[in-house]
Ligand binder design. Structure first.
Ligand SMILES: NC(=O)c1ccc[n+]([C@@H]2O[C@H](COP(=O)([O-])OP(=O)(O)OC[C@H]3O[C@@H](n4cnc5c(N)ncnc54)[C@H](OP(=O)(O)O)[C@@H]3O)[C@@H](O)[C@H]2O)c1
Length: 333
């Protein structure tokens, strides 16, 4: 077995209080843990930053273990715990989906670490895992989108948004994206959106979507924005359609009454990736294999906005919240 020297202290970001980006404290003396039964210790090289980290930081998701947030990273296994570790061994390059990613080292359940295929470029696995798996589950499982379906994707140039645009294109759906700038609109079109609307400038989003769809509306709405779009979503969804709300970048979505649902026989779904990843058909490994197969066959362009230093985590969060980013945000310890 290869032996790797593991320091006792590491760089990382800790939060002691919930709040704005300034609560993220960069430290260089956090303890490095020892993996327990069924766990591995990973030396992270690329850390995925997701909008959901903002909710954790604000205290909307619970208390992170050790005060360290971050749902995913890519790196190398440096130590394995006792018991079944899914055949992982020291030196394996993996990407993982668990908790505690804003650090140089993270202990993760071996069942949620997946070997990165050799043909995947460095950083791409960390950029793709959470947003890619989530977008795949939204388009293939939560709603099984069919050829010819109309889809509305809010924040189409964001991380999940660009994945959805590309996956929906591959499924033969017709996608209307929304975005806040001309640059973001262009990016959404380059990555599969058929139409894009600047929802900061468009006075009547509903009317425009009605015109684009010939009065039909959309079969599915994908919304990570929440409050600002709740009413528009109800108005544009077609009869028997589905509103999928999975985020609250503008605030929690307003309640939708039973009468509103029954008026058009619509479904309102609120999936969470933490539950999905454990329950998606075939499990985590099968979906990871599918994810990397999709990327390797050049079916998906994994757009990386920037790779920040972990010491610049406050700036990374501020940029994300100020809507300055597109695609994926990464950090390096
Ligand atoms: N439920 C789950 O398990 C799950 C899993 C993954 C992601 N999500 C959610 O999915 C959404 C997208 O995640 P992501 O990581 O891919 O982020 P992202 O889309 O890359 O970033 C958020 C985007 O939302 C748009 N936005 C609209 N109103 C906003 C506001 N008031 N404040 C901030 N941003 C606003 C911005 O795009 P424009 O400038 O174009 O408006 C911004 O770039 C987030 O809400 C996230 O929490 C949920």
């Amino acid at each position: 077995m290869t032996s790797v020297s593991i320091p006792r202290r590491m760089k990382g970001v800790q939060i002691k209080n919930f709040g704005d980006a300034e609560v993220l404290q960069y430290k260089t003396d956090l303890p490095v843990g020892v993996p327990g039964h069924g766990e591995v210790l990973v030396k992270n090289e690329f850390i995925g930053i997701n909008y959901v980290d903002v909710y954790w930081r604000r205290g909307m998701m619970g208390i992170p273990p050790n005060g360290i947030i971050g749902r995913e990273a890519e790196g190398t296994v440096v130590s394995t715990g006792a018991g079944d570790v899914n055949s992982l061994k020291v030196g394996d390059r993996v990407v993982w989906l668990a908790m505690g990613g804003y650090a140089e080292y993270t202990i993760v359940p071996a069942s949620l670490a997946y070997p990165v295929p050799a043909d995947i470029k460095p950083g791409v696995a960390a950029a793709a895992l959470l947003q890619g798996l989530f977008a795949m589950s939204l388009s293939h499982k939560i709603v099984q989108v069919k050829e010819g379906n109309w889809a509305l994707v809010h924040a189409a140039a964001g991380g999940v948004g660009l994945w959805l645009c590309q996956l929906l294109k591959a499924l033969g759906a017709k996608t209307i994206g929304t975005a806040s700038t001309a640059e973001k609109m262009k990016l959404a079109v380059e990555n599969g959106a058929d139409y894009v609307i600047n929802y900061e400038e468009e006075k009547d989003l509903v009317k425009t979507i009605e015109e684009v769809t010939g009065g039909y509306g959309v079969d599915v709405v994908y919304d990570g924005i929440g409050k600002d779009q709740t009413q528009n979503n109800v108005n544009v969804v077609a009869k028997h359609g589905t509103i999928v709300t999975y985020g609250a970048a503008s605030g929690f979505p307003a309640p939708i009454s039973h009468a509103t649902l029954t008026a058009k026989n619509i479904r309102f779904v609120g999936p969470a990736e933490s539950a999905l990843m454990r329950n998606i058909g075939g499990g985590f490994e099968k979906w990871c294999a599918k994810l990397f197969d999709t990327i390797a066959n050049d079916k998906i362009n994994v757009v990386i906005h920037d790779t920040y230093s972990l010491s610049e985590i406050v700036r990374a969060h501020k940029d994300l919240e100020a809507r300055k980013t597109t695609g994926k945000v990464l950090a390096k310890p």
